[in-house]
Design a protein around this ligand. Structure first.
Ligand code: ZN
Length: 185
């Protein structure tokens, strides 16, 4: 796939591009991940398939998939967590907001300038960046926070706060004070 291409011509010719991209060529993604792990049965790269076509309304649509296994820092155990991404891509190229409104709901609008080439690699990178959770973590129970003094202190504070909530709740105290009296009645 060329770095830059004319999307209108690619759609006219029903071009289909597929292949892999190295992480080094996706600098924004490279900053957000530790690295890439191998995709099932493949390389440690991003695999993509992008098909250009014109739809019934005359829009250029780009559909396909982006696959990668992202290695992310787990925010709980500070170890490494792998995230397998297999994201469908369905873009509709528009020249302005008015066109975007007419676009089918199944397509994500991508604004392009007239006669300007597009860089499909940016779309691939955007899709992977979108797939990264705000707080990457192993599944619950799969890891524990390291027992550093800081995190232990934080845990203690949480436990203490929970105790306060449970025992010093004014209604709980009231209930404890009231129950013996009721027995004497
Ligand atoms: Zn973890």
């Amino acid at each position: 796939m060329p770095d830059r291409l004319d999307p209108w011509r690619a759609a006219q010719a029903d071009r289909v591009f597929s292949g892999t991209v190295e992480l080094a060529r996706l600098p924004r993604l490279a900053e957000a991940v530790i690295g890439l792990a191998p995709v099932p049965g493949g390389v440690s790269e991003v695999c993509y398939r992008l098909a250009f076509a014109r739809d019934a309304l005359g829009f250029v649509r780009v559909s396909g998939t982006v696959q990668a296994v992202l290695r992310l820092p787990c925010q709980r155990c500070l170890g490494e967590v792998e995230l397998a991404v297999d994201a469908p891509l369905a873009l509709g190229l528009v020249r302005g907001e008015q066109q975007a409104e007419r676009l089918g709901e199944d397509l994500d609008p991508v604004l392009v300038e007239d006669d300007e080439p597009v860089c499909p690699r940016d779309w691939i990178e955007d899709e992977l960046l979108l797939a990264i959770p705000a707080v990457p973590r192993h599944a619950p129970g799969d890891c524990v926070a390291p027992a550093s003094p800081e995190s232990v202190a934080a845990d203690d504070r949480e436990v203490a706060a929970a105790d306060v909530a449970e025992h010093d709740n004014p209604f709980a105290i009231l209930a404890r004070l009231k129950s013996p009296g009721r027995d004497e009645d």
